[in-house]
Ligand binder design. Structure first.
Ligand code: GTP
Ligand code: MG
Length: 246
């Protein structure tokens, strides 16, 4: 890894209920970023993050594990945390070290106790919060219903940045794409809702937007990204695909 400017370093923690897929997501991100040659598996005990003998034996995380990878000239320090209530002390302490909290939700089980707690603890610390809906490849899941419940529970500003496409086998980026096909909702609607929200929280961008209506996502500053505190990302940790930028 070469020299990276301080402004291009991000620190994020993957938190969420046990079994939501944080460790496999960490593994997939490391693999897709080229930091490891092949993605390991939780069942085989071959993930980077669950390195301890007890973690391999029980097939769940017991400690926080920091990993690091580069993506598009951005260095990402990611902390995989345990979801079991017995180990939540480790997970809470990770919040002190990051600027973004990535709350991973199992699409099959929806909003769970640790989801609620982590959203609240991150809010109290004034940290950026990102929601990842994981396991979208599972059968019989109600993604539109889950997005609606998330908005009801955590606020209408929880907007999809990615939407699932091709029957859950890929995702479409709604931030940079003004249109496209998705499994539910509309990329065009999600795109304009995101832009409206970004412009709303950044006064400088609002001025440009009102004056010329020429604002584009590439003008988005780190400041406005930070202030757009909540976003929903749909994905499946088990599917090979482009790593999501943090
Ligand atoms: N089908 C499918 N299975 C997944 C996905 N993500 C994770 N899994 C499986 O779900 C199980 C739990 O995944 P983990 O990554 O260990 O979940 P975790 O959130 O780290 O769990 P804790 O460490 O206990 O908090 C494992 O068997 C994974 O292989 C996914 O996107 N799709
Ligand atoms: Mg884990």
């Amino acid at each position: 890894m070469g020299g990276i400017a301080t402004d291009s370093i991000r620190a994020a923690a993957l938190v969420g209920h046990a079994g939501s897929g944080k460790t496999l997501l960490t593994e997939t991100l490391l693999h897709r970023a080229g930091a490891i040659a092949a993605a390991g598996s939780v069942e085989r005990g071959s993930t980077v993050s669950d390195f301890d003998a007890l973690e391999k034996q029980h097939q769940h995380s017991m400690y926080t594990t920091p990993v690091c990878f580069d993506h598009s000239a951005v260095r990402i320090h990611l902390i995989d945390t345990p979801g079991y209530p017995d180990f939540l002390g480790h997970s809470i302490s990770a919040l002190q070290a990051v600027d973004t909290v990535v709350v991973v939700i199992n699409a099959q089980t929806g909003i769970e106790l640790t989801t609620e707690r982590m959203m609240e603890w991150a809010k109290r610390r004034d940290l950026c919060r990102m929601i990842v809906i994981n396991k979208i490849d599972a059968p019989d899941i109600d993604l539109p219903g889950l997005v609606a419940r998330l908005q009801e529970r955590f606020g209408k500003e929880c907007l999809p940045v990615n939407l699932p496409a091709a029957s859950g086998s890929k995702v479409v980026d709604c931030f940079f794409n003004p249109s496209g096909a998705a499994d539910f909702s509309s990329v065009a609607d999600a795109h304009s809702a995101l832009i409206d929200q970004v412009v709303e929280v950044d006064e400088d961008l609002m001025a440009v937007y009102l004056e010329k209506a020429k604002w584009r996502p590439k003008n988005c500053t780190r400041h406005s990204r930070r202030r757009c505190a909540k976003a929903i990302w749909c994905r499946s940790a088990s599917l090979p695909r482009r790593a999501a930028p943090v």
